[in-house]
Design a protein around this ligand. Sequence first.
Ligand code: GCB
Length: 610
Amino acid sequence: MKKNSYISLLILVISLFSRISAAQENLIQNISARSIISLNGRWNYIIDPYENGYYDYRREAFDQSKSGTGGYFDDKKQEDKSELLEYDFDHSPTLAVPGDWNSQVEKLDLYEGTIWYRNKFTAAPKQGKRYFLYFGAVNYEAHVYLNGKKLGMHKGGFTPFQFDITDRLRAGENSVVVKADNTRKKEEVPTINTDWWNYGGITRDVFIAETPASYISDYQIQLSKGSMGQIEGFIQLSGAEKSQKVTVEIPAAGIKTIVKADTSGRALIKLAVNNLEYWSPESPKLYDVTISTSNDHISDKIGFRSIVTKGKDILLNGKPVFLRGISIHDENPLIAGRARSEGDLRMLLTWAKELNCNFVRLAHYPHNEQMVRLADEMGLMVWAEVPVYWTIAWDNPETYKNAEAQMSTLITRDKNRAAVIVWSVGNETPLSDSRYRFMSNMVTHVRSMDNTRLVAAALEVHRKGFEVIVDDSLGEKIDLASFNEYGAWYWGGTPKELSKYHFNIKYDKPVVITEFGGDALAGFHGDEDTRWTEEYQEALYVSQLNMLSKIDGLRGMTPWILADFKSPRRPHPLYQNFYNRKGLYSETGKKKKAFFILKKFYDDTEKKYN
Ligand code: GCB
């Protein structure tokens, strides 16, 4: 290739790339505490299974064409009577945002593909301010346009993203268009096969946040690894004035410190503290923390606690703790659909509290930031996870990058939440060399971003006769011997036969059973050998708890699962009706018999640990 054409190709590649990604910004910490314009509400939508709004009839993408126009994102109106226009947002139906589309419109129940959303809003941008368009989550691939121009694309159905729209936001009316596509693909994260509903759409909050031109973009303020007497962290400033003085104050703890950011806007803090009241489930103390520069100010509620392991113990603030947990999906069974509001989230955590939990596993992907903030407030420790679930494309470097990016976003978003004690790099991933490499790299990555929390994964067991063995070599790399086992449901016969089994766990680490359970249709009764009855599930819990209690080093569990949830893998017409019925609560919120078995076990365990 000639030098000139090489250079022009390079310029083309760079400009194409920058056109797509220029506006996508690193997440702003605690962005909902900024002055915001909420874009939640009814958005017009167009179902587009053939992606007419994105590609022309030669399958060329409109937003990649010279003019960059022609797609539904133009949000055009018919201007004269002869004009041909085959879409019209104004006369299209509406969907609630936030909210998945499946639970809102019957014909979308099983829809997988593209839906276009359009929202009109007015703005009055001020001179000297910056504006960010923020999405809490869109499942799975989102292309976002403001006033007909593409802002960028985001992949990953459960992580937040934002765009700097300062130069594009108009005084007066604006149109934001989102192409949301929830098509499952083998190389994505998650992959095509999961045991949950593939809810599509704009499932979490959308808003525009205003910041000063130079602003506090990120911060971490937590106790240092293993320490109960030192707060460590950083403040990151963005914008033109980076090298500024930053004041951090925690008035109730008598803390005030002033640090200077370097030319990259980074200021490190390290503070000796005493007399801190530590965060714990019994006393979820959150301090008001404020961070200020000459032109910006942000406050947050932050708890301080230490979490480490020592041999087979988990120590919370230096004291052994038993994780009385339950697994939870981000789904309100009463809808049934993705949780849409703080009320939905509070209901789920209140149900966990009724079980006497001090711990929740937010399976199998990042839940709403609000959920983690509620856990902070309500005193529930959290296991947070990314959807590296079952058989991911282990050898594809793009798949790895995607998984790592989702993990980075999750850590960036929730790193100031005392509630989060475990980052989980995945669930039930099948053994192979490439999977080991993938998962080990994830673990290393997590530790490089945050060394103050435990790192784990939900591993699998295998069996030899009556021996249940945990020897996955990933176990060497993580902090917990954490695994799922489905004795008396997928193997091991009926509940009473479980007593023959015993565990052989290779690691001298705290043992946390990340899943066990079985299905019961609420209100269906019979003897304890009859599948799908509440009695079977109850007997299963009794036998499981007997069996698990014999494990030396058992330090916690998150049985599967708090509430029945929808899954296309569960078609049995009498018992399932496309619900996974392993919930301790039914899809109408009724407690099943097994609920009381687990609650009693947790009540007794709590006494032992106090
Ligand atoms: C598992 C998965 C979970 C499923 C559950 C089940 O091991 O981790 O996502 O829903 O089993 O019910 O089979």
